[in-house]
Design a protein around this ligand. Structure first.
Ligand code: DGL
Length: 265
């Protein structure tokens, strides 16, 4: 490992930036390569076989090119489909992003938890197994959203997204009656890394207040535990952003905060 470790963060688009932001806070001295596989977006519309066929060779090319010390799969849809294949194929350590069902069920007081993810994530056996193993007596409602990731991309790119469009994806998460706070949903797992990009609007549009569970801080802690701290290098190493479609990262000003203020190389 050189002076500053290289961390490769990989998502289907801009959602993984919500994970990157927490990792950068925890490891400001690392060098970052952020890869958005926008040529294949949205992952939530692909089958498990298609995702495995896409991600395993692409990850291999990225590892060969960028020589990361650690790869973060900052995408639930990818992680619940392909992590085992990646770990079997490559020696570099991987950190995945999977629905935070265990902490959500632990903290719910009403024992009604919803998991909001892509249609692919909520369908996968990996997610079903998390519920079997960690529901801890909670009633868990799986809500597969077809559009919310794309709406988050549009919003972050400066496009207009109506409240109605967001609310339509959100409403199925709210189970129970608003006048029965002891029995209604009180916790929602953000099981797609795109959704925290819309958190202000989710809070504003929610029929009643809930706790939103974002796994990004836990992922940052996991990264920190796997990469020994490097004290020698400069405190803010370089950051790069790559779109597989080849489009240049035009909105670099809007994206800078996710990279801890770094100017993209
Ligand atoms: N960001 C991805 C996730 O966490 C999903 C977006 C997509 O459908 O590509 O699941």
């Amino acid at each position: 490992m050189g002076q500053n470790p290289t961390i490769l963060v990989f998502d289907s688009g801009l959602g993984g930036l919500t994970v990157l932001r927490e990792i950068v806070r925890a490891r400001p001295e690392a060098r970052y390569v952020y890869v958005a596989d926008d040529a294949f977006f949205p992952y939530g519309h692909h089958s498990e076989e298609e995702i495995i066929g896409r991600v395993v060779p692409l990850a291999g090319d990225l590892i060969t090119e960028h020589r990361p010390d650690l790869v973060v799969i900052a995408c639930n849809t990818m992680s619940v489909s392909v992590m085992g294949h990646l770990r079997a194929a490559y020696a570099v350590p991987f950190v995945g992003t999977v629905p935070a069902i265990k902490p959500a069920c632990l903290s719910s007081r009403t024992k009604r938890v919803s998991v909001l993810g892509t249609k692919a994530t909520v369908k996968r056996e990996y997610t079903q197994a998390l519920i079997r193993d960690f529901a801890q007596g909670c009633e868990v409602t799986l809500v597969g959203s077809a559009e919310l990731a794309a709406l988050a991309e549009t919003a972050l790119s400066g496009g207009v997204v109506s409240d109605e469009a967001i609310l339509a994806e959100l409403v199925p998460c709210f189970v129970g009656a608003s006048e029965e706070p002891e029995r209604r949903t009180d916790t929602i797992v953000l099981a797609c890394t795109h959704y925290p990009l819309l958190l202000d609007r989710l809070n504003r549009l929610a029929p009643w207040p809930v706790a939103w569970i974002d796994p990004a801080p836990a992922i940052a802690r996991r990264v920190t535990s796997l990469l020994p701290e490097s004290r020698d290098g400069p405190n803010e190493a370089e950051a790069r952003m790559i779109f597989t479609s080849g489009r240049p990262p035009r909105m670099s000003k809007a994206l800078m905060p996710f990279f801890g203020g770094r100017v993209l190389a």
